[in-house]
Structures are given as C-alpha cells and as structure tokens.
Ligand binder design. Structure first.
Ligand SMILES: Nc1ncnc2c1ncn2[C@@H]1O[C@H](COP(=O)(O)OP(=O)(O)OP(=O)(O)O)[C@@H](O)[C@H]1O
Length: 846
C-alpha cells in the first residue's frame, strides 16, 4: 500500500490520534498496532488485528499521519499544521483568505472533545488556534472599543442575517461579575491565575491531576464552574483530591463532592472533562437517571454565568505566530452553533419561552443562500460576537459551551449529544479604508458527536433517539469521506453526496470552488482546507473503531490469512479419489508457511458490491488447485466480511431510522403543543378585541337609546303642556298641588258632563229607525264630524292630561325627574296605553 500523498486532491487531510488506555479497559487485548515508519519519520500506517478471531481479515490503513498515545496537545497542534490553517484565513499575501475546517471524528469516548477543547490543565486545538490568531494580528486588529463604527460596518457587510454585537455587550449580558459592585463590564484577565476578586467567594486550592493517579509537583490552577443557583463559583484547585476534603471549607462540601470525586466507571481519568462543567451536562446527567421514552431534557433559561478567573495556559505557544497582511485591518467575529437531531441551533442566543409554555426553547436556524450570499449557503440568523482579544473570545466560547448538549452514557460520562461548530470569522479590509467592504474567511472548528452502540452506551428514550440521529449523520459523513478517495471526484460536488443531512452539508458545502462570481469578493472562492482528526482507542470497541477507520482512512488494504482446515475440506471434496490424504498434508504445510493473500485496496465497498478476481483455468497440479482454492476462500471470506459489514450498517441504519421515527414523534408532539398554544393565544387575543368592540358598541347604543327616550318624553311632556320643573320648595309644591287638584276637579266635572251628553245622544239615536236617522253631522244639537273628531281629540287630550296630571301630582314628578337622567319608558308607555284605551272607549261610544 502506497503511503498517502500529502497535499493535493483529498477534501480532507486525515490524521489519526490514539488515546491513552482507559482504566476500565486496561486488561483488554490491543487490536490496533502502529506500523514503524519506513521512509517517513512519522508513522502513517496502522494495522487492525481482529481480537479473538484469527480467521478474520487483517486490515491496514493509511493516514496523513498517526499520533500515538503519548502525543501531547502541542504535538497535535504542530503535527496537523494548525498554523497554515490560520494563515489561510489571514491571507498574508493580500486578497481573500481561504476557509479552514478542523474537525474530529471517532467512536464515543475516544477523545474528540479532549483534542478540540482540552482539559482543565491543557488547552485544546480551539484555544491554541485562537491564541495564535489573536497574537498574529495584534497590531492590525480593530475592535469595537477603538472603532465605534465597527459594529455597523460589519453588520452591513454580513451576508448571514446575523445579530452582531460587541464582545463587551455579550459578556455583560451573559456573565455576572465576581465583585458585587459590578464595577465594569470587562472580565478579569483570564490567563492570570488568582483568587477571586470577591473575598466573600470562598476558594480552595487543589492540584489538577494530569494523568490518572499523577499530580504535578507544582500547583497548577484550573477552574471549575458550577451553575447551581446557590453554589455558582469558581474554585482554584491546588491539592490532590485525596487532601481536598481537609482543605475545602465546609461551605464547599457540596461543590467538592459534585466536582472532584474521581469516577472510574465510564470516566477513565480523574481529570474532569471540560464539558462536564456545563449546566447542560448536569441536566443531561439528570436525564440519564430516568430516561423514559420521549423524555426531553428541559433547557435551562440562560442564567448569568460566573466569570471564569483563569483559563489553562499550557501548552505554551507564545513563540508561534502566523504571518498576516500588514496592509490590512482585521476584525474577528465569533459564532457557535450545534447540529442536534439534524437541526441547527444557535449556542450564543439564549433559549426563548414560547407563549404559555414554561420550557425555554431554541428556534432551529436555516442553512440557506441569502441576498448577499446567493451562491453560497450560510447559517442564517446566528448571533455573532466581535472579539478584540483572546480573553473575550474564550469567554464567548465558554458561554456557548455552557449551552451545548451533553449527556452521561454508558460509554462516556460526558458525551456530546450534538455536533458542535465553533466559527471564527476573520474579516479583512485595506488598512484605513473605512468605507470599503469587509472580506471574509472562516476557520470552523468542529467537535462531532461520537458514534455509539445503544447496547454499550445503555441509552434509552430521548438519548437513544439522539444516538440514532448521531449515527445516521455519521453514516452519511462516512459515505462522503469514502468518495474522497477517488481523486477525480473532488472537484465534482455532485459525486460527494453531501446534501443528505445538515452535518455533511455544513462540512462539505465549502469544499468545492464556487461556480459563479462571489458577491462579496468578485471572484471565485477557493475551496476550504479541511483537516479531519480521527480519534481511536486501540483497546476499545473493535467493531466500532474498524468501521470508522474504514471510511475515514485515506487508503486501505485487507489481508486474509490462510485457513488450512477450510482449504483441506475443499480439496478433500475435489480429490475424493484417494488423493485426499496426500493433498491435505501438502496443503496444510503450504498454507501454514505461505504469505497471506492480499485481497484489495480502497474503496472497501465496491460500487457493484462485488470484487472481481480472475482465476486461470485450474491446472492439474496440486499446487495450482491449492492456489485457486485459497483465492476462492479469500474471496468468500472477503465477501462474508463485506456482507457482515453491510449487515452491521443496515442494522445501524434501521436503528437510526427507528430512533428517527421516535424523535420525529416527539417533535410532532412538540409542534402540536406549540401550535395549540399559538392558536390559543391568538384566540384569546381576538376574543379580547371583540369583547372590547362589543362593549363599546353596547354603551354607544345605550346612550343613543337614552337620548332617544329623553327626547320622546320631552316631546310628550310638551304636547300635554306639562313643564318639567323641579319644585323649588315645599310651599311651592303645596301651592302647585292645590292648583292641579282644582284643575283636575273642574276637568273631571267637564268630562262627566260630556259623557252624560254623549249617553243621551246615544239613546236618542238608538230610538230612531235607521231610515229616519239623520246623520249626526247634519244635526244641530250634535257637533259636526270635524267637531266630533276634535271632540274625540279633546276627550283624548283631556284623558291624557288627566293622566299626566295624576302622574304629575303623585309619582309623576318622579317620572319626569327620572326622564331627565334615566329612561321613563314604562311610565310613558302606560300613559299612552291609557290614552288609547280611553280613545277606544270613546270610539265604542260612537
Ligand atoms: N489523549 C487523551 N489524553 C488524556 N485523556 C483523554 C485523551 N483522550 C480522551 N481522554 C479522556 O477520555 C474521556 C472521554 O474523552 P472525550 O469526552 O474527549 O471523548 P469524545 O470522543 O468527545 O466522546 P463523545 O463523542 O461521547 O463526546 C475524557 O475524560 C477525556 O479527558
């Protein structure tokens, strides 16, 4: 197998890092061996020997470089050439930079997060890359403090519809200050280790173990961040855990027992994992205690975090600097997001509470083309923070990690449940040209979630569904990586099936040159430089490790060992005529001594699914028969291997699909709940609006009605000649009443007289024959029809008046009084009714 070519056509340089043995696996057989470099001074090949099964193929893999267990973070930083990646984004020779992508891939617990983010005592590649970046541009960097217009100018040139803010504003909202006085918005210098500013905050000093069971001779400061409401604090540790209880003040007992107890099962090292310090880790840990199907870890609302007083400083790279463009101004903008269940979530935007829902939620973001970036997809709507120095960038990183989803599983006590993206955008423009647009190139650092087997990880419910999604996305990533072994495919994005899921889209979208003119650069963008670090445990899970290595390695070779017993069986069948004894002995001896059969190189999965081996016609000689038989066996063994691998993959795909269904069901339930809440809120709002409108209309109508009745009463009162007056005094009242009584009496007498006359006339009329009957209107003693009608009117009026006066004399006053303020409807109606009754009676008389 040829050693991998450095440079050139592959989309990713692929490095392999082996992790030191975990205590739990110390007795296990080592299946991964690093081959001695022949021409190269650094190892590039490894061999996988299947444990406990001598019949399985031995596989050999080639990588750009292999880092053995003793490799330090600094070795990694130098060996995988982070410096050229940083220089790529800085574009020291002018023009636009080249995007860089640094990602880790591996089985759960193999050391991905450790490599990228480090531990409490050692910085990871992320911190080292940031350190070298900021140091390299320190004389050319502009930040919001020195250039107030920076925020606006960056916002106007940003193509991703991002919410851009300064680091000071972001840190101010995310962190509480140590000092209760909250003197300023700036954090204390993180690289300086010291006691907390606030003397009220207790601190203890305990040494950080560097390796299991080892403690450095000189005290080394590390930080522990607890987000318990009452215990939020940062502790400086400077004694071994064995002594910590004697030194820790009683108030810290809770903190110490939570943070410092070395955990052997599932947590191989007493070193606390970087991610274990986050609140999300704690939530997930709680979740794994009672994982029920469909359970979701509630996201905590963003609380103010405690400002860390110190960050690890080792390894020291203060002498390392990348070249930058001296004629350019630089600005650094940081964003962080995670891909969880195939959806993108911002890690720098606090979760929001939806209407009526107590659980805070994040809104998934879109990976799409925008107006300012029509030919390139970007994650739209992220929060981006402009950082002027390393300290600010580390604080932003810390805040984002606090939101990252992690959980304790059977394979890793602090397992990443999402693919984390940390993006450092380096903006560049010509020095002093404040009006020119910012050029943009990005260094993305990706900590992928690890593949895991549900059986080993002992996951259930939501954590199992997450694992299914993780495995599914890693399977797609594997397919894409396999395609890169074919050098011709690298410039043809269509041949790399990277659009199958969000993860591969995000990782590969910039791997190919853009086809059209870029709106921001007026030129073709160079494809990104990709570096993939594959992490593996040489005594961990063989099947999971070999699967990852198969699709990530740059080259592969399979050697199938000879198996005498099977060969002899075939030969025995073939030479059934008594030659079997001779054949068997010769085969046995040859098989044992001959070299293994080389089966094939990459790609492992042949597109057609088969491997063609041409055999020459079987010669008569035993030797030729044996060779053919051995080849046949090798082919069949290879096929079995391949089928086994396919079966494993299919099984995992099925599990992933099942998990996907579960997570979709959960999502549907969530969506339904959200929609219900929205509908409910909407309905409530509309109801309130309608009620308001209805009440307004009702009161208007009431007012109108009252006015209307008031007017009617007024007209009525005027028509009967009653003046609505308010009696001025009791004397006046008495006087008025006397007058009214006299008037009533005279009117009653008049009325009586008229009735009598009418009765007489009626009698006269009824005594006459109809023919002799003279019409009343012709009679001299009877008033004319007109007079009659006027009499009727007069009678009606009189009755009416009488009634009105009666009313006036008694409760009438009250009615009229009421009429000025309220509605005397009933009374007035009564008056009218009486009047009509009276008229009707009169009509009857007629
Ligand atoms: N090279 C190493 N040196 C020392 N400790 C290591 C190394 N690699 C990993 N570890 C330790 O092993 C444990 C698991 O590592 P880590 O969390 O980085 O795994 P991971 O691959 O990120 O897992 P997951 O995919 O589940 O998130 C941690 O406690 C870490 O400190």
């Amino acid at each position: 197998m040829e050693p991998p070519q450095k440079g050139h056509a592959n989309l990713f340089q692929v490095y392999l890092r082996l992790r030191p043995p975990q205590i739990a696996n110390l007795g296990s057989e080592r299946f991964l061996l690093v081959e001695e470099p022949v021409d190269h001074d650094t190892p590039t090949h490894i061999t996988l020997n299947p444990p406990n099964d001598r019949r399985r193929a031995i596989e050999k893999f080639a990588f750009t470089r292999v880092f053995e267990e003793d490799a330090t973070q600094l070795d990694l930083f130098q060996g995988i050439r982070v410096l050229p990646l940083v220089e790529g984004v800085l574009a020291p020779h002018g023009g636009d930079g080249t995007d860089g992508l640094l990602a880790t891939l591996g089985v759960t617990g193999s050391g991905k997060t450790h490599t990228m983010l480090g531990s409490r005592s050692q910085r990871g590649l992320t911190q080292l890359a940031l350190d070298v970046l900021f140091r390299s541009i320190e004389s050319n960097i502009v930040d919001c403090e020195t250039t107030p217009t920076l925020e606006t100018s960056i916002r106007s040139s940003d193509a991703s519809e991002a919410a851009i803010c300064s680091a000071s504003a972001f840190i101010e909202t995310m962190y509480t200050d140590f000092s209760s006085s909250r003197g300023g918005s700036r954090a204390t210098t993180p690289m300086i280790v010291g006691p907390p500013n606030n003397p009220d905050q207790p601190a203890t000093h305990i040494t950080t173990p560097l390796l299991p069971g080892c403690f450095p001779s000189s005290p080394q400061s590390v930080r522990l961040v607890s987000h318990d409401d009452d215990l939020s604090r940062i502790i400086h540790l400077s004694t071994p855990p064995s002594q910590k209880e004697e030194i820790a003040p009683p108030t810290l007992t809770q903190v110490a027992s939570f943070k410092l107890k070395p955990k052997l099962a599932g947590s191989p090292s007493p070193q606390k994992h970087y991610m274990s310090l986050t609140s999300a880790a704690r939530i997930k840990k709680n979740l794994t205690k009672c994982p029920i199907k469909g359970d979701h870890a509630p996201l905590t609302p963003r609380k103010n975090l405690q400002r860390p007083s110190a960050f690890p400083q080792a390894p020291d790279i203060s002498s390392v600097r990348a070249s930058c463009d001296p004629s350019a101004d630089y600005a650094v903008v940081i964003s962080m997001y995670e891909v969880y269940n195939d959806r993108i979530f911002d890690l720098l935007t606090p979760p929001i509470r939806s209407n009526g829902n107590k659980e805070p939620r994040r809104r998934p973001l879109l990976f799409k083309s925008t107006e300012l970036s029509p030919d390139r997809k970007v994650v739209a709507g992220l929060r981006k923070v402009i950082c002027g120095n390393l300290k600010d960038a580390l604080m932003v990183l810390e805040a984002g990690l606090n939101e990252r989803r992690v959980a304790g599983t059977g394979s890793n006590s602090v397992s990443s449940r999402s693919h984390g993206f940390f993006c450092v955008e380096v903006k560049k423009r010509r020095r002093g040209r404040h009006s020119s647009r910012w050029g943009n190139s990005t260094l993305s650092i990706v900590d992928l979630a690890g593949s895991e087997r549900a059986r080993d990880a002992k996951t259930q419910g939501a954590t199992l569904a997450e694992a299914g999604k993780i495995n599914e996305s890693l399977m797609y990533l594997g397919q894409c990586l396999q395609m890169q072994s074919d050098a011709s495919s690298t410039t043809k994005p269509n041949l790399v099936p990277f659009r199958q899921c969000k993860l591969t889209e995000l990782l590969f979208a910039n791997s190919f040159p853009t086809g059209s003119l870029s709106s921001s650069t007026n030129g073709r963008r160079a494809p990104q430089k990709g570096v993939m670090i594959v992490t593996a445990d040489p005594i961990g899970d063989f099947n999971a490790t070999s699967q990852i290595l198969r699709y990530s390695a740059l080259a592969r070779e399979v050697t199938v060992p000879r198996i005498p017993s099977i060969t002899s069986t075939i030969l025995a069948n073939r030479n059934s005529s008594g030659q079997s004894q001779r054949s068997e002995s010769s085969v046995g001896s040859r098989s044992d001594t001959s070299s293994p059969v080389l089966v094939h190189h990459r790609p492992f999965y042949h597109p057609s699914g088969t491997h063609s081996h041409t055999f020459s016609p079987a010669p008569d000689t035993e030797r030729a028969t044996m060779e053919n038989a051995a080849l046949e066996i090798a082919r069949m063994a290879d096929m079995i291997d391949q089928l086994n691998a396919e079966l494993t993959q299919e099984t995992e795909t099925r599990m992933a699909a099942e998990a996907h269904v579960l997570s979709m069901e959960d999502r549907m339930a969530d969506l339904e709940q959200e929609i219900r809440e929205e509908c409910y809120a909407d309905f409530e709002q509309r109801l309130a609006l309608e009620m308001g409108r209805w009440k307004a209309t009702l009161s208007l109508e009431q007012e109108r009605g009252e006015e209307h009745w008031d007017r009617k009463v007024e007209v009525l009162a005027r028509s009967v000649g009653v003046t609505v007056t308010t009696p001025s005094s009791d004397e006046d009242n008495v006087e008025d009443e006397d007058k009214e009584n006299i008037l009533i009496e005279s009117l009653e007498q008049e009325n009586e007289r008229l009735r009598r006359e009418v009765a007489i006339l009626k009698r006269e009329l009824s005594g006459r024959t109809p023919s002799k009957r003279t019409p009343l209107r012709e009679r001299g003693d009877v008033p004319s029809a007109r007079a009659s009608s006027s009499t009727t009117d007069t009678l009606g009026d009189l009755g009416n008046r009488l009634e009105q006066l009666r009313v006036n004399s008694g409760e009438g006053k009250k009615v009229l009084k009421v009429s000025s303020s309220g509605s005397p409807t009933k009374k007035v109606r009564k008056l009218q009714t009486r009047r009509w009754e009276g008229t009707a009676a009169d009509d009857d008389l007629m």
